[in-house]
Structure formats: C-alpha cells, structure tokens
Design a protein around this ligand. Structure first.
Ligand SMILES: Nc1nc2c(ncn2[C@@H]2O[C@H](COP(=O)(O)OP(=O)(O)O)[C@@H](O)[C@H]2O)c(=O)[nH]1
Ligand SMILES: [Mg+2]
Length: 403
C-alpha cells in the first residue's frame, strides 16, 4: 500500500500545488476579496454566520480533592496551561473520577429529582409538572424531556407504578434507553485512521487532542498530531506542548500557512512512520459556513488523494458548560461535515452535564468521549449507562470501576 503512496506522492503534491494556485486565483472573486479584508476581530468570532456565543474558557476545576491550587502559566494570547495538567494523577477508578467530575451536574439535577421522588404521594399533574421543570433545568432539552415524561405516563398507566417514589428507577432506565445511540464505535482506535477534530474556538479541541493522543499512546498506538490550526502561532505552540506531554510527534506549520499544506505534510509523515492514528487540530475561527465548508472539503480531498485507505473520523468538540448552545453548534457543524462522534468537554465544573442526554437523544450522534478536567488523563470514553449511574449516584459494579 505504501509503495503506491510513494509513487503517487509526486503526483499528489503537484495536484495540491495546482489546487492551492487555483485557490489563490479564486480569492480574487469579489466575494472573497471582501472576506480577506475582514478584520482579525471578526475572525475571532466563532464559525457560523449567526454568531454563536463564545464560551469563556473555564479554568476552574471543581477539585475538592486537589490539595493545592494549580499554578497557572500565561502563554501567548491568553492561553493558560496549568501545572496540574502535567502532574501525575492520583490513582482512582475511572468511575470515581467520572462521579467527581459530574458533581455539579448531579447536585443541580439529581438533588431536584431526589426531593421529587422521596415522597410516597400518589402521582398527579403537579408531580409531572415539577419533573418536567427539573429535567429542562437540568439541560435535558424540551424534546427529550417530553419523550421521557410520555414514557413515564405510559408506564404509570400500564405498569405498577403508583407512588412518586416508584418513578426513580423507571426514570433511570428510560434515560439510559434514550441515550442509546446504537453501537458506539471506536474502530478508529484500531485502524489506520485520520481524525479531524472540529468545533468553535475555546471548546477544548487542542486539549482533547492532547488527552486522546495520550490515551491512544498508552494502548501502544503510534500517534501523530497535525497542527492545522495555523490561524495564530499560539495554537501551534499549544498543540506542541501537548505533543510533549503525550510523548507523540507533531507536524506543524507557520502562522498563516495554508492548513491543507500542513495536513499534507502530516499525512506524509504518518505514512512514512506507519502511524496508526493522525489527529488533526483545526481552526475554530473560520468566520462563516462557506469558508468552513471549503476548508473541510479541501482537507478531505487531500486525504482522499494522499491517504485513501485511511479510516476517517470527524469528531466535533462541544463545551458542555454552554448547554443548549452546544446542541446548536452540533447541528450547524452537522450541516457542513459528516460528524461521526462528539467529544463533550468541561463536564467537570458545570451544572449543565445533562446536555449529554439531550445530545445523544436528539442528534443521534454518539458522544464518544467526555472531558472531566484539564489534566491529561481527564478524558474518558463515554458510556451512557455509567454516565446515568454516576449522575444518579447508583453504585457501580466492581468491574465497572476498574482502570
Ligand atoms: N475544566 C475543563 N477545562 C477544559 C476541558 N477541556 C478543555 N478545557 C479548557 O478549555 C480551554 C480551551 O481549550 P482549548 O483546547 O484551547 O480549546 P480550542 O480552542 O477548542 O482548541 C483551556 O483552558 C482548557 O484547559 C475539560 O474537560 N474540563
Ligand atoms: Mg485550539
């Protein structure tokens, strides 16, 4: 297979050079001239035509168990890396870490539920109203809330559910069912893959790539990172820092370089080193849908030509703390890219973790990983059952809490 690539390399390079040239010519169109004249401030807006409110990067981790405040270090452009990211983790089961990360969501969401389910009263309309309110306030979303309440009403009619206190178990079961997105696939971890990581600025793309690289490396995979966010120099140096932490190689470019040319170099490196997974960091600040679509298309064409056999994955990163806004971003990106999964970050320190339920239930795109902190090990594979158990404080089975 690789002989074929070697032979093709020159050809592909020529085609890409041609394409780049073509792109340069294209920029002379009236519309695009206008685009290039846009100010940097406008580029700083997130991707979509309708401005999506950009989340403040969250730096606070709800770390009751942290002994000391993480020391922060200012890097360019206000990016802050914490020392905590490099510290070795205290050895805890992943379920315990998940539960710890979900503390705020649980306090917000389940505390309301518990008071609702703790009484022995008969189920009436007030109960349904309160349940509806609690679910919506927990960021489960109107659509999913309606579905859950309908199922509950049905069960109350046909099964032996009489008292409010009987509903808790049914609710847990229903939420798990709603979140089941079918086979949640992690094949890319075991194939030669190219993974595009996309999403608006500040959601945690670069951080998640660092964590994912470390996770894959610990499984013995050879990982290469591509710094295709060339919009500003700080983005490349931030990814480089993560590549050191994870102990993997990074292929970068210079500020302002065509991201596709960085990608091309990275693909060549991935093939030369026989890498298992190429993780591609992308810019979150392309200012409109057309630009984003063009950029993604161009990058996809490079993979089509230069790495046609690679398994492809488009993971969108969403910041859970933005609640319903995250859902909107997923829908908008879904219009320009074939999303194969979601990385839901900042599940720690937010009370809006219920958004994971809304996203899985409404979008039917699997949440594949969740970020539960800023440290390198704070990325977990997402499992709906464990998530709901952690949220409702259901004790895990012994197997579940193994590393
Ligand atoms: N608490 C917390 N912070 C996170 C998580 N993921 C990312 N961050 C922080 O979010 C900020 C933005 O992350 P970054 O990776 O630069 O976002 P990008 O612009 O999408 O690449 C950084 O301060 C990260 O440390 C997470 O799971 N939990
Ligand atoms: Mg970034």
């Amino acid at each position: 297979m690789f002989e074929f690539f070697k032979k093709k390399k020159k050809e592909v390079a020529e085609e890409i050079a041609e394409e780049t040239l073509q792109d340069k010519e294209d920029t002379v169109t009236e519309e695009d001239t206008e685009v290039t004249e846009k100010t940097v401030a406008e580029y700083d807006n997130p991707v979509m035509e309708e401005p999506v409110e950009e989340p403040e990067p969250e730096k606070v981790i709800d770390t009751a168990s942290e002994e000391s405040e993480p020391v922060t270090e200012e890097v360019n452009d206000g990016e802050v890396l914490t020392e905590a990211e490099t510290e070795p983790a205290p050895k805890k089961g992943w379920f315990a870490r998940l539960k710890e990360g979900l503390t705020k969501t649980r306090d917000n969401f389940v505390a309301g539920m518990d008071s609702l389910f703790s009484n022995e009263d008969k189920i009436d309309d007030d109960f349904y109203d309160e349940l509806e309110e609690t679910l919506i306030l927990g960021d489960i979303g109107v659509h999913t809330t309606d579905t859950i309440i309908e199922k509950l009403k049905d069960a109350v009619k046909h099964e032996h559910i009489k008292k409010c206190s009987d509903c808790r178990e049914f609710l847990i079961k229903t939420i798990k069912e709603e979140m089941a997105t079918g086979e949640t696939a992690y094949e890319f971890e075991n194939k030669q893959s190219v993974v595009f990581v996309i999403g608006v600025n500040g959601v945690g793309k670069t951080t998640s790539i660092g964590k994912l690289a470390s996770h894959l490396k610990s499984q013995g995979k050879r990982v290469i990172l591509a710094a295709a966010d060339t919009f500003r120099a700080a983005a490349g140096s931030q990814l480089e820092e993560w590549s050191h932490r994870a102990g993997v190689e990074m292929i970068g470019g210079v500020e302002g370089q065509d991201p596709s040319s960085v990608l091309y170099d990275a693909v060549s490196a991935a093939k030369a080193r026989n890498a298992d997974v190429l993780l591609v960091d992308t810019a979150g600040r392309l200012h409109n849908k057309k630009n984003l679509m063009e950029e993604l298309k161009k990058m996809n064409r490079i993979i089509d030509k230069a790495f046609p056999d690679a398994h492809r994955e488009n993971l969108i990163v969403l910041d859970a703390s933005t609640g319903q806004n995250a859902m909107m971003q997923a829908k908008e990106f879904g219009e320009v890219a074939d999303l194969t999964g979601i990385i839901l970050t900042k599940m720690d320190g937010t009370a809006k973790g219920g958004i994971a339920i809304a996203i899985s239930s409404e979008l039917k795109i699997p949440v594949k990983y969740i970020g539960v902190g800023e440290k390198i090990e704070d990325l977990q594979k997402f499992d709906a059952d464990s998530f709901v158990d952690a949220l409702f404080d259901v004790a895990p089975s012994e197997d579940e809490d193994k590393e």
